[in-house]
Write a protein that binds this ligand. Structure first.
Ligand SMILES: *Cc1c(COP(=O)(O)O)cnc(C)c1O
Length: 469
């Protein structure tokens, strides 16, 4: 334990020339640096106590060197942002771990402007008096969906919560057992129901629910009929699900409101493009659903949000509820959403909105990018071995789970690096590149890589080839 006496005190380290070097070259406050030094001293002290340090590191000079080296690492990781932009070369369009939808140029511009200046968030330009943030996108959503009213909350989970709380708290909510889904490992219909103090009445079985099952469950305490999009799974085989039309009919007969959690929700009719069978929000409204909610950053291709549409008398009730303030969206969300919705109103969604654009992209356009990439990284006799294969891209984000889009993937190997190592080097490039690894190759699907990003991906591979990464 004599070694512990070699451990420098923080004030001694602060007099060291390496400390003054750091202070003068980097813009990190001295307080923070002192705290980090203290942290490192503690770590080294524990290492000494637990016999975890090499013997040669046990004199004073070596300990000081060790502490400063650790401090350098800390400073290096501080220089990278924790939330940073990456290139998604997985081909999964709504990659939940990579932030789901990326936004249109128009949305980015409007967010940037809103961030840099004061805005009309709650200001009525006509009267010069206080306005409502609800008014910013409501008309657009009404026009696009045909609904009487609309409002926006933080995300679709929040939408489910406020609807249940405001409309069904203290009453019973009838849901098919086959629709009691869990989304993203943390959001369960049954649990959000409990939070909202509505009583869940589950009817039918996992694979089959009939209209009579709903009918039998109706009591005078029934506050709401609820239908939930199965989103991330599909039951095959002997199944029976009651469709929206039948449920709407029954809800009218019994004068009980009906709410559908549409999950992703789409304004774009993918069925017309022969992609999946996702119903549009417009179709659901036409069918007479009273309240409908869906995500802003799934198939809509906008910022994280929960969009609620439906009959005015219900939406008004939601707007007046205390939770509306708790779950409200900020100006950036509204800016991004307004621009996204305008692309739909102009009929430009397939060009403007990356999510729609990438889902519709032909396998041929992906192949073109793949060819360009392979040519550029192999043309001067590099160590990369590439082959292009046909494959399937997925929409992701728990959306259209059974839809696969034809694509082309590039399998890349390097004679010096194992595939895991290559993938790691790509992740550590100054613009991190995320790719899949399978069968000893790194797999790139350029469906989710823009032309500008493709140039960066090429640069990263050449960087790795030259051993610079
Ligand atoms: C994705 C999803 C949600 C949650 O939506 P977020 O916008 O992620 O909060 C809720 N319900 C269903 C059916 C979903 O698919």
């Amino acid at each position: 334990m004599k070694i512990l006496s070699h451990l420098p005190a923080v004030h001694q380290l602060k007099e060291h020339q390496r400390f003054s070097q750091i202070v003068t070259t980097l813009q990190i406050s001295e307080n923070i640096l002192t705290e980090w030094l203290n942290e490192q001293i503690d770590i080294v002290r524990n290492k000494i106590i637990n016999n975890e340090l090499d013997h040669e590191a046990l004199n004073r000079e070596e300990l000081i060197k060790h502490i400063f080296n650790q401090l350098d690492k800390k400073i290096h990781s501080f220089s990278q942002d924790n939330l940073q932009g990456v290139i998604n070369a997985t081909g999964v369009i709504l990659h939940t771990n990579l932030g789901r939808a990326r936004l249109s140029k128009q949305a980015i511009d409007q967010i940037t402007t809103t961030a840099a200046s004061y805005s009309t968030l709650e200001y009525n330009m006509e009267t010069g008096k206080r306005g409502s943030r609800h008014d910013i996108v409501e008309e657009y959503i009404k026009q696009l969906t045909g609904a009487e009213a609309a409002m926006v909350v933080n995300n679709n989970a929040a939408a489910v919560y406020i609807v249940l709380k405001a409309i069904a708290s203290g009453g019973e909510v009838i849901v098919s057992r086959g629709e009691l889904v869990e989304i993203g490992g943390s959001f369960r219909i049954s649990e959000i129901m409990e939070e909202s103090q509505a009583d869940l009445v589950d009817v039918g079985t996992t694979n089959k629910t009939h209209i009579s099952d709903y009918e039998k469950a109706i009591t005078e305490d029934t506050a709401l009929l609820m239908k939930v999009h199965k989103s991330n799974f599909k039951i095959v085989g002997f199944t029976k699900e009651v469709d929206t039309d039948e449920l709407v009919h029954m809800s009218r007969q019994h004068n009980i409101p009906i709410y559908e959690d549409l999950g992703s929700g789409t304004l774009f009719n993918f069925k017309k493009e022969k992609i999946g069978a996702e119903p549009t929000v417009q179709e659901k409204i036409k069918a007479g659903i009273d309240i409908l909610s869906f995500s802003g950053d799934k198939l809509l291709g906008g910022p994280q949000a929960g969009v609620i549409v439906g009959k005015k008398r219900f939406v008004d009730k939601l707007k007046k509820h205390q939770l509306a303030r708790v779950l409200r969206v900020d100006k950036f969300t509204l800016a991004g959403l307004e621009a996204t919705l305008k692309s739909y109103l102009r009929g430009q969604e397939r060009y403007d909105i990356p999510t729609i654009h990438d889902i519709l992209a032909s396998s041929h356009s992906v192949l073109e990018k793949a060819n360009t990439f392979v040519e550029k990284i192999t043309s001067n006799g590099t160590g990369f071995i590439c082959d292009i294969d046909s494959g399937q891209s997925k929409v992701g984000g728990g959306t259209m789970p059974n839809v696969e889009m034809d694509t082309y993937v590039v399998n890349v190997k390097h004679h010096l690096y194992k595939s895991e190592e290559l993938a790691e080097r790509l992740r550590k490039f100054n613009v991190p590149i995320i790719a899949r690894v399978k069968n000893e190759a790194v797999i790139l699907d350029f469906r989710t890589v823009s032309k500008e990003e493709l140039a960066i991906v090429v640069e990263a591979f050449l960087h790795i080839e030259h051993g610079e990464s």
